[in-house]
Write a protein that binds this ligand. Structure first.
Ligand code: PEP
Length: 253
């Protein structure tokens, strides 16, 4: 099964609107290989003007989060209904939301389910903390997160879902999982999706690796059989290096 690699840049809470538009223009003007999907996830406030800059470029636009209701008294939250039709992706379950803001597995599921009803595509992030890793609980944790996120999701909607394996200890730390470890966990996640759905869904679903991906380590990570690209934080704020990561995904395609 040929899966189209995806490299998604999570800009987190960085850049002003003008800075973001400059970075987006650099990406639009930069060289990108055929056969690799690229997405950028700027802060919410930047999404609408970024849409103009990215228009026609083939670069997808994504939001870093979304709420689980369509409307109502939820001060500060952003509805999937308000993103639907012009924003391509939403990210749910990022470890900074799980661990800094206390987001639960159930909330991640609810966000995913609601986003999918609005035809949005979703990147679902899972990953273990350092303590969990050292206690040998990696697979237990990521299986729990995958089961919670995807149980009850319609099989047909899985075509719009991407999984990102992001060991928490590798995010923003400069400490990358070895390609072997990342492959082992991504493979286990694919097997788990096969159990939750079926072999076709498992084979078709893209699984990204995230955690200190750089231009220097991307090619080896993306060459792994079950790794279909990357979710990139820090390096995605440097358009030239981000494009090198995208190029690495082209080499693995
Ligand atoms: C992320 O935040 O999803 C991430 C992977 O960050 P970084 O690339 O900086 O480790």
């Amino acid at each position: 099964m040929q899966r189209i690699p995806l490299v998604a840049g999570n800009w987190k809470m960085n850049t002003t609107v003008p800075e973001a538009l400059d970075k987006a223009r650099e990406l639009v003007d930069g060289e990108r290989p055929e056969g690799v999907e690229v997405a950028v996830l700027p802060p919410f406030t930047h999404l609408w003007p970024m849409r103009e800059v990215l228009h026609g470029s083939g670069i997808a636009l994504g939001a870093q989060d979304v709420f689980w209701e369509d409307s109502g008294a939820f001060t500060g939250e952003v509805s999937p209904a308000s993103l639907s039709g012009w924003c391509d992706y939403v990210l749910v379950g990022h470890s900074e939301r799980r661990h800094l803001l206390g987001e639960t597995d159930e909330q991640v599921h609810d966000k995913l389910a609601r986003a999918l009803t609005h035809d949005l595509r979703a990147i679902v992030a899972v990953g273990e903390t350092l303590d969990e890793s050292e206690a040998g609980e990696t697979l237990e944790v990521v299986h729990r997160q995958i089961d919670a996120a995807f149980t009850g999701i319609e099989r047909a909607a899985m075509a719009r879902c991407v999984v990102a394996y992001e060991p928490v200890w590798a995010i923003g730390t400069g400490r990358t999982a070895t390609p072997e470890l990342a492959q082992e966990v991504c493979h286990a996640l694919r097997v788990r999706l096969g159990r939750l759905f079926d072999a076709d869904v498992a084979a078709a679903t893209r699984i990204l690796y995230g955690g200190s991906v750089t231009a220097g380590n991307a090619a080896e990570l993306f060459a792994q059989a079950d790794i279909d690209g990357g979710l990139v934080g820090g390096v995605s704020l440097k358009p030239a290096e981000f494009l090198q990561v995208v190029a690495a995904a082209g080499g693995a395609a």
